[in-house]
Write a protein that binds this ligand. Structure first.
Ligand code: GRF
Length: 217
């Protein structure tokens, strides 16, 4: 079976990229990473891609006279690599409607909250301030409204007494590293369909019991 050709957009550390790299090492995984682009030159994630033998290059947004020409350059790199699906993995640029329309339902993002709660920046501080007892992450199709769009999958983790934003972020990040490869697999297997503005998952199985926090003992 041909594997889905995936391009990954990053801005920094690239630990989610690394999780996708590890998943795609398995020849049976239905997606392959064919290019990685960072809007930040020197981002650590570029070195991770290079170490895995994946073509990787910076496209510095600061070198362009606006979002649209920057995104045209991104699309040119992605098209040259024959990309069929784009993953935003810690990509810290807002994208325009034009870019989203070009990649409609072929552009997915990971956000470190249980959307629609806490979109935008400082999500972990927002979650702590709200006193929620469960935090988590979401993989979703990208729509023009920031951190909105049909939800493919979510992972929940408990918020624990004494959590700081940093501690909570680390707990959520571990969940991100499991969720993103899982969601990419579902998409690559052709099991995700957007109906209206809801993502429907074919043959999805049943999750475990509820995660209750505080625990029932
Ligand atoms: C992740 O928490 C991601 O959800 C958020 O930015 C962080 C990127 O981390 N959008 P990394 O670059 O994947 O390590």
């Amino acid at each position: 079976m041909a594997r889905l050709r995936v391009g990954v957009l990053i801005s920094g550390r690239g630990s989610n990229l690394q999780a996708l790299i590890e998943a795609a090492r398995d020849p049976a995984y239905p997606a392959e990473l064919v290019t990685v682009v960072s809007n930040v030159p020197g981002a650590a994630g570029l070195a991770r891609a290079a170490a895995a033998g994946i073509p990787a290059e910076p496209v510095d947004h600061k070198a362009f006279a606006g979002r649209a020409p920057f995104e045209d350059a991104l699309t040119a790199v992605l098209e040259r690599a024959g990309v069929e699906l784009v993953c935003m993995a810690g990509f810290m640029r807002i994208v325009t409607e034009g870019f989203i329309a070009r990649w409609r339902d072929r552009l997915i993002n990971i956000h470190p909250s249980l959307l629609p709660a806490f979109p935008g920046l400082d999500t972990h501080a927002q979650a702590l301030a709200a006193g929620v007892k469960l935090a988590g992450c979401t993989v979703h199709f990208v729509r023009p409204e920031v951190d909105h769009g049909p939800i493919i999958g979510q992972a929940a983790v408990p918020v624990l007494p004494g959590d700081t934003a940093e501690v909570l972020a680390a707990r959520v990040l571990e969940a991100e590293h499991r969720l993103f490869p899982h969601c990419l697999r579902l998409v690559a297997e052709g099991r995700v369909r957007v109906a209206g503005e809801v993502a429907e998952i074919e043959d999805r199985g049943r999750p475990g019991p509820a995660l209750i926090n505080p625990p029932t003992r």
